[in-house]
Design a protein around this ligand. Sequence first.
Ligand code: SF4
Length: 338
Amino acid sequence: MKATAITRRGGYDAAEHARRYERVARLMPRAEWDVHFELVAAVEALKRERNAVVLGHNYQRPEIFHGVADFVGDSLELARRAAESTADVIVMCGVRFMAETAKLLSPDKIVLLPDLEAGCSLADSITPEDVRALRRQHPGVPVVCYVNTSAAVKSECDACCTSSNAQLVVESFGAPEVIFVPDEYLAKFVAANTKVRIIPWRGHCEVHERFTGEEVREYRRSAQAYVLAHPECPEDVQEAADYVGSTSGMIAALARERPERAVLITECSMADNVAGAFPETDFLRPCNLCPHMQRITLAGVRTSLERLAPAIEIPGDIAVGARRAVQRMLDVGRPRGA
Ligand code: SF4
């Protein structure tokens, strides 16, 4: 579709379309952006009709992140901002545990996930029964779960955490040891920074575990790039990186360091999405895409808003337990970054 063929539709017009293109000009040719016009316009019209907000996770495809998302960020930040909004409907452009977290914080709103098959290898690595078995093996030991878990697993845990407040939450119990599920690498990252003995689970993110320490050392050696890695990456990757932290932490580190060249060792859409905010930085882009995030499309967002489905529902007893675990984290403080 040519830009000249674009006409007003539902309040989203050619001028607005051109303005939004500035956000993605480094990522896609104008012709590709124009292909998305009809769907972006349709989603914008439906958002107004339904009084809906669209949440775009940092790992989302650019036409969603820059095209239709009202709030962007990590999973907890998104859930909190949606809860504070006056919207009746929330569309989570992320994966299932993120939509559940949004529902926990907005029980009276309709929370849509355009594709219910959008899962997460980390969240799927542990069940509520696994947590109960861990408790039987380690009686009296508090259980902390990463936010990348189902509501059912959260409801079995004492507190939830994100990658940036994990240590704070672990230490908040004042206990000599804590069970930490499900991410083994994040557990080890926390263990390296605290005196609390951490009992880990063996869950992994299928995207982050693909990176290797050798790959990171090569980026530093051949490109002299500043390397930022997510703590869901294996230990040798973390050891070789200049900075290790959550997605929000990475953005803060980039703002602080303003490196000439950088590489983000995380899901590759993240580099695409933050590149616009750091025009002076040349981002090298190793591309490991999350297949679950990629299930969310503009067409899916439009359909879910038209049908107000699929909607996330959490059984009452599970919601009570999971909300308690999330609230404990919020009470401990500094909840940023997943
Ligand atoms: S990138 Fe990894 S942790 Fe994040 S949603 Fe995908 S599989 Fe889960």
